[in-house]
Design a protein. Structure first.
Length: 247
């Protein structure tokens, strides 16, 4: 694969927004550019930019306090104090981020912090997730030719393998609720040996489910803000999304 030097994700997103889905081939591998073009032609290119989250971000900031948001990932007391000093001047996400920028507070960090506030991602939670390691695997898509491999993974994986989000709660919580069963369901009827799973403590399972809940909540927030300025068909509830199967 051709190496693409010096191109960050923010540059790619900005380019896509400004060009209505067109992207310079030098910005990403050719196959990725072709997939983006196909998506654009099929459904109309669109995705949520920062300012789509402005109303929800302002609501979160208004309903919170400096002490509470100081506990959010990437915020801290200095940025929290500055946020509430300038909150009365809030207009949009992007403009507020620029106002918050100082010599010691970079624009990139501020953007991350505001998104973490929007998603309510606490620093203490993030530290627990990192310390606990990978606690589950969620399948988003696979090639049809790899279905046999997926079945084998369900049987032999050391991690809970989530294929149906609606069954994730029972999959991740079953061990922590106790019981003598030596097998656990993989989300679609396939049994997985209980003793092959890592993170079998109640704390590990609780952390795994909390992390999954945060993932689902982040997707819901994106869909809510995105659907406010896009066609309703473009926003699909996370529980309604199906696994992508590539022929």
């Amino acid at each position: 694969m051709k190496r693409i030097p010096g191109v960050c994700a923010e540059l790619i997103r900005t380019s896509l927004l400004q060009s209505h889905g067109r992207i310079r081939r030098s910005y990403m591998p050719e196959q990725c550019a072709l997939l983006l073009k196909e998506y654009s032609l099929r459904s109309g290119f669109s995705f949520a930019e920062n300012n789509a989250f402005s109303p929800m971000l302002e609501y979160h900031l208004t309903m919170s306090t400096p002490a509470s948001i100081a506990k959010i990932q990437d915020v801290g007391e200095e940025l929290a104090a500055r946020i509430y000093k300038l909150l009365p001047t809030f207009t949009t996400f992007d403009e507020f981020a620029l106002k918050l920028k100082t010599k010691n507070l970079t624009y990139t960090r501020i953007n991350r912090a505001l998104l973490h506030i929007l998603l309510q991602q606490k620093k203490s939670n993030m530290e627990e997730y990192i310390a606990s390691g990978t606690t589950y695997a969620r399948v988003l898509g696979f090639r049809e030719s790899a279905s046999a491999l997926l079945s084998r993974m369900k049987k032999e994986s050391e991690l809970p393998l989530i294929t149906k989000l609606s069954q994730a709660a029972s999959l991740l919580k079953k061990r922590s609720q106790g019981g003598s069963s030596e097998e656990r369901n993989a989300g679609d009827g396939t049994s997985v040996p209980e003793n092959s799973l890592t993170g079998n403590s109640m704390t590990g399972r609780a952390l795994a489910y909390r992390l999954l809940e945060e993932d689902v909540r982040a997707s819901a927030i994106y869909d809510i803000c995105f659907s406010s300025h896009a066609e309703p068909r473009m926003a699909v509830n996370e529980f309604q999304k199906e696994i992508v199967v590539v022929p």
